[in-house]
Design a protein around this ligand. Structure first.
Ligand SMILES: O=C(O)c1[nH]c(=O)[nH]c(=O)c1I
Length: 312
């Protein structure tokens, strides 16, 4: 029973990994994912210069998930490129993900040029969906800008690259985004990022939970699994087969992993549940997925990937 997968022609021993932003801020956290049962890691979204991020409290775990308005705290791209370079030397056969996000198209280009000029041999995850930088619009909902960014990106970058997308909720938006994405030689899309600008409150103190943005933040966890599965499956139906899908959102059990794969994901990322349980979660999720596959008579992910059945 194998939970291995292939993405952009690259083989990963396990289809599970962290979601950008969780357990990937610095070398200490990334080492913990590296040592875990995860098939690979993605770094925190890196910007041109390091960022402290928003004031705390900026993250809260809730019974059904999480809310965050981190504000893109990160060590800056050079830090992560150095770290990944070390890991590439230690594990020459493994490939890693570098998440990046610019505040405009020129920054995206600058970040990609830095990666090109480095010895990075992995995959780039271009984050188009950070919902928590005050005053910065959610790029993923600005379709013209997405098209402009991708046009520029593929003029300057030649390695395997995918985009991290926000959740969409309207079928016409899925059609419009798929039509844009299908124009480009993307290796993958990662669907979904947190559901932006949710609000959790503490009724006892009558206060919001987090400090930034009057308590508004991206929602993750159980709350978002139905939205995540719908986004994964809708893009699976609409995108050209060369663009594979990383499924993210609401994964905390082997069954959740199975559901993402059944909807068409080739890789599955874990955020909120990883934040709560720590990197040993990957042992549990892998074992639970293998049990489900065994019970169903599946030996490999290809046996059931994307084979969700309808009632019609
Ligand atoms: O606030 C963040 O740092 C953040 N938080 C999220 O939930 N998604 C993102 O893409 C980012 I860049």
């Amino acid at each position: 029973i194998s939970t291995e997968t292939t993405l952009a022609g690259i083989h990963f021993d396990n289809c599970l990994m962290n979601a950008a932003g969780v357990y990937c801020y610095d070398a200490d956290e990334l080492n913990q994912i590296q040592k875990s049962a995860a098939g690979t890691f993605v770094t925190k979204s890196a910007t041109v210069v390091p960022r402290a991020g928003n004031p705390e409290p900026r993250y809260l775990s809730t019974p059904w998930g999480s809310i965050n308005s981190m504000g893109l705290p990160n060590k800056g791209l050079p830090y992560y490129l150095d770290y990944v370079s070390q890991q590439q030397t230690l594990f020459p056969e493994k490939r890693y993900f570098q998440s990046i996000t610019g505040f405009n198209i020129d920054e995206d280009e600058a970040l990609l040029k830095q990666i090109t000029d480095s010895d990075f041999n992995g995959l780039v995850e271009l984050n188009l969906s950070c919902p928590n930088v005050p005053g910065k619009p959610q790029t993923g909902y600005d379709f013209e800008t997405v098209e402009q960014i991708l046009t520029r990106v593929f003029e300057v970058y030649e390695g395997p690259l995918g985009v991290k997308l926000p959740p969409y909720f309207d079928i016409v938006h899925f059609d419009q985004m798929a039509a844009i994405l299908n124009q480009f030689p993307l290796a993958f899309i990662n669907s979904v990022n947190s559901i932006g600008n949710g609000l959790t409150i503490d009724a006892a103190t009558e206060r919001v939970s987090i400090k930034p943005k009057h308590g508004f933040g991206g929602i993750g966890g159980d709350y978002i699994k139905p939205t995540a599965l719908a986004n994964v499956h809708t893009f699976y139906q609409r995108l050209k087969p060369e663009i594979q899908i990383i499924g993210t959102g609401g994964v905390k059990s082997g069954q959740d992993v199975f559901e993402h794969l059944l909807c068409g994901a080739s890789m599955v990322q874990v955020g909120t549940a990883l934040h709560k349980e720590g990197p040993q979660i990957f042992d549990r999720l892998t074992a639970e997925l293998q049990t489900i596959m065994q019970q169903k008579g599946y030996n490999k992910i290809a046996d059931f990937k994307g084979k969700l059945k309808y009632l019609d």
